[in-house]
Every structure is written in C-alpha cells, then in structure tokens.
Write a protein that binds this ligand. Structure first.
Ligand code: SAH
Ligand code: DHB
Ligand code: MG
Length: 225
C-alpha cells in the first residue's frame, strides 16, 4: 500500500461516516488564518470523540489546541454539562480556536488557557480539583513525558490518557535519534511502561496524514492488575 491509497481510503471513511460541516468549517478557518494543517485527521477526530464517549468523559484536558479542531470533537463528546480545558502556547492559535468553538456552538463548555502548558498546568491543578476523565496530549513532543506525569496527577482510576504522534513514520524505533519528536515519544512510552498506575499500548495509524500512531493508557485502580 502507498500513502495515496491510505489517503483514498481515508476519503472514503470520511465521506461515509465522518463528514461534518462544523468541524470542516474550523479547518477552512484555520487555513485562512495561516495555521499549520497539523490537526488530527477527521477520522481520528471522530475516533477521539468516540473514545471520550465510550469513557463517558465529562471532563477533558487537552494539551495543544491549535485551531481547536480536535477540541471540537472532544467538546461534543462531553455533552452540554461537560467541560474541556485546553492549553495552547500561541495566542493567535487560541484566538482562532475560540472563534471555531463559538461558531460550532461549543464555546461555553471549553476553556482555553494561553501559555506554555508546563507553566499553566499548576494553575489547572489548583483551579480544577475534580479529576479529568480523559487527557489528550498533542503539543510540543519533547515534553510528552512531563505531560504524562501531569496527566497522572490530574486524573483518577479509569481515566484515559492519549498521546498523539508517537510513531512518526516509523522513526519511533530509532533509539539514537536526535529528533526531539522521537525522543519525546520514546520517553513517554518508557514512562507509560515504568509507571505502575498506567496500562498502555500504542496503535499505529495510516491515512490522510501518512503513517503515525497514538499511545493509549488507562489509569489503574486498586482492583486492576
Ligand atoms: N490538537 C490539535 C493540534 C495541536 S498542534 C488538533 O488536533 O486539532 C500542536 C499545538 O501545540 C500548536 O498549536 C502549538 O502552538 C502548541 N504548543 C507547542 N508548544 C506548546 C507548549 N509548550 N504549551 C502549549 N502548547 C504548545
Ligand atoms: C505535528 C504536530 C502534530 O500534533 C501532528 O499531529 C502532526 C505534526 C508537527 O509538529 O509537525
Ligand atoms: Mg498531533
């Protein structure tokens, strides 16, 4: 299979099951604002939505908002009484995301905190005493392990932690890689393995965005293996 075939299958999946005007409008606005097209793909966005619904997530933390494309899917999943806190370094990205979320009618359930996530996470911990049910990590990859540690602090047994972009066209297996994205992915995966309160796997993906994958972890409780 070639990447053009992966993209063709993605188009078929999106046409059949994902097509959705509100989230597509966000992608149009992102492009108009000059944001990089590094959002999750539509099929992945809907998958995030389904994962959040399966987990019955009411409280979601996202690290890395960009234009709020993934945020739209997560905000839908938490329902009208739910809440999404999303952290974004670039003020311009956060502005575009705010407009996209408001246009989609989801603005009231989403808080965007602007700044470096590691600077904002202590404030999130202080202001959000209730644990998050799902954390989606998709920002600067070099900090992935730090974000997993924060996610652990901010969740409870049964919560889900997802780390985007860990396979990186297969570069994940390059032990000596100097690519910060690969180093961040490997550090996160080592932590997911070493941390006894987490059980994790990685799912590889192909599609419109080429070959990548995400790590998926659940926070263990007292009665879990
Ligand atoms: N989750 C988005 C894509 C995020 S792209 C989606 O799928 O639609 C990664 C984002 O992380 C970019 O907007 C970038 O500005 C932001 N980012 C980079 N470093 C960051 C940091 N230290 N703290 C918070 N956000 C950061
Ligand atoms: C990049 C970041 C992402 O979160 C992603 O899904 C794809 C690419 C990047 O920084 O290039
Ligand atoms: Mg990503």
């Amino acid at each position: 299979m070639t990447s053009s075939e992966w993209a063709a299958v993605d188009r078929y999946i999106v046409d059949s099951l994902v097509a959705d005007p509100d989230s597509e409008a966000a992608l149009v606005a992102n492009a108009a604002a000059g944001l990089p097209a590094i959002d999750v793909s539509p099929a992945q966005g809907k998958f995030l939505y389904l994962l959040a619904r399966t987990a019955r997530a009411r409280r979601v933390l996202e690290i890395g908002t960009l234009g709020g494309y993934s945020t739209i899917w997560l905000a839908r999943a938490v329902g009208a009484e739910g809440r999404v806190v999303t952290l974004e370094f670039a003020a311009r990205h956060a502005e575009v995301a705010r407009a996209n979320l408001d246009r989609a009618g989801l603005g009231a359930r989403v808080e965007i905190r602007v700044g470096a996530a590691l600077d904002n996470l202590p404030g999130v911990a202080e202001d959000e005493p209730e644990p998050f049910d799902l954390v989606f990590i998709d920002a600067d990859k070099i900090n992935n392990a730090n974000y997993v540690l924060w996610a652990l602090r901010l969740t409870k047994p049964g919560s889900v932690i997802i780390v985007d972009n860990v396979v990186r066209s297969g570069a994940l297996v390059e032990e000596e890689s100097e690519d910060p994205g690969v180093q961040g992915a490997r550090a996160a995966i080592e932590l997911l393995d070493a941390e006894p309160t987490l059980t994790a796997t990685v799912v590889q993906t192909v599609g419109a965005k080429g070959w990548d994958g995400f790590a998926y972890a659940v926070v263990n409780g007292e009665n879990d293996e």
